[in-house]
Design a protein around this ligand. Structure first.
Ligand SMILES: [Fe+2]
Ligand SMILES: [Fe+2]
Length: 196
């Protein structure tokens, strides 16, 4: 199912750093959906429109968000680590912390997914499970706020300054290949991504 986010045209493979920042907007948006539904439905049953938006957001973090982590850890960070630039040292110090955050987020998302599926499928659900879900989502919201701020405002601007064109293009191609090269065809607007 295609979903279009925001009015601004999204970046594509020729601007992989911009593309990564666009992904941050999706992470923020889908996380806010999980938080909102969790707050509104609490320990009650998940029904109606809330159910479908929650399911969609859960699927985003299960299927699409891991590609963003791979984009950073496999296509961006190794390229930055290979560059010997004085003005990149500070930014590179951040990378280890970013990778640590990714592992923490993965563990938290795995538990959110398990609880979310339990909620959706009519498994055991009550105050205890709802409170744990709310706690995890609060933790993720805090972590992403700090993590995304560091990436968008420190790491990515530094990467944009130092990444040679050939490396930028190679990173964009890897990111597109990670999504089956659908974005390279331009058959559809590149602001469209697939939720499954
Ligand atoms: Fe990251
Ligand atoms: Fe990121």
């Amino acid at each position: 199912m295609p979903v279009q986010i925001g009015a601004k045209p999204e970046s594509g493979p020729d601007d992989p750093i911009g593309w990564l920042s666009d992904c941050h907007r999706r992470i923020e948006r889908f996380l806010s959906v999980l938080v909102r539904v969790s707050e509104q439905a609490g320990a009650g049953a998940l029904t109606g429109p809330r159910r479908s938006v929650f399911e969609n957001a859960l699927r985003y973090f299960r299927d699409a968000a891991p590609k963003h982590t791979a984009d950073e850890e496999e296509s961006l960070f190794p390229r930055l680590r290979r560059i010997d630039a004085a003005d990149l040292r500070e930014a590179l110090d951040l990378v280890t912390g970013m990778e640590r955050d990714h592992r923490t987020a993965e563990a938290m998302h795995a538990e959110v997914d398990r609880l979310g599926v339990q909620w959706l499928t009519g498994g055991q659900w009550g105050g205890e499970q709802a409170a744990r879900l709310a706690e995890l989502l609060k933790g993720l919201t805090q972590m992403y706020a700090r993590h995304i701020d560091l990436e968008d405002n420190q790491l990515f601007p530094a990467a944009k300054r130092v990444l040679p064109d050939a490396e930028r293009i190679a990173a964009g191609r890897e990111m597109a290949a990670r999504r089956g090269n659908r974005l390279l065809t331009r058959a559809a607007p590149i602001c469209i991504y697939w939720t499954r």
